[in-house]
Design a protein around this ligand. Structure first.
Ligand code: 5GP
Ligand code: ZN
Length: 144
């Protein structure tokens, strides 16, 4: 836990988030920017800054959850045809929150969204109700 970290505050429940999955080691929740609907972040509960700080044990507790989250997102909406999984490490690589996180960005078509490593902020377009509906569909499809 790092006191000035926004994702640690989300883990603690001090900042609200729309949760998709949680266990002892990880939390998955909707990215506030919703680059495309269903854009999700997977984070370790242990505060580490980036991929360079994982040891093998933490990697096996956290990164093995990627396929399960990916499948749940894919199955949450038949319109989702593909999924980009991205992980930015360092400011130069467009990391803006320095608590390690994996992005899951559903792809509906190749060209109907403005997509780059520097994610589009669509947060103003989504109400709390919209986010809850998206997250509920993903949660329903988790294999847990
Ligand atoms: P990065 O730029 O570090 O790869 O990604 C950080 C992501 O965190 C961004 O896509 C941004 O929208 C998301 N983000 C930043 N603050 C919050 C927040 O308070 N809540 C949620 N749900 N996502 C956040
Ligand atoms: Zn943190």
């Amino acid at each position: 836990m790092q006191t000035d970290c926004i994702f640690c505050k989300i883990i603690q429940g001090d900042i609200p988030s729309t949760k998709v999955y949680e266990d002892d080691d990880v939390l998955a929740f909707l990215d506030i920017s919703q680059t495309t609907p269903g854009h999700t972040l997977l984070i370790p509960k242990k505060h580490i800054e980036n991929i360079f700080e994982y040891d093998d044990e933490l990697a096996s507790r956290v990164l093995t959850k990627i396929p399960m989250i990916a499948r749940a997102i894919k199955q949450s909406d038949p319109a989702i045809k593909g999924l980009n999984i991205l992980n930015n490490n360092g400011e130069e690589a467009y990391q803006s929150v320095f608590h390690s996180h994996i992005h899951f960005v559903p792809r509906f078509t190749r060209d109907n969204d403005d997509f780059s490593m520097h994610f589009t902020d669509n947060s103003a377009k989504y109400s709390a109700t919209d986010l809850n509906e998206i997250a509920a569909k993903i949660r329903t499809n988790l294999e847990v």
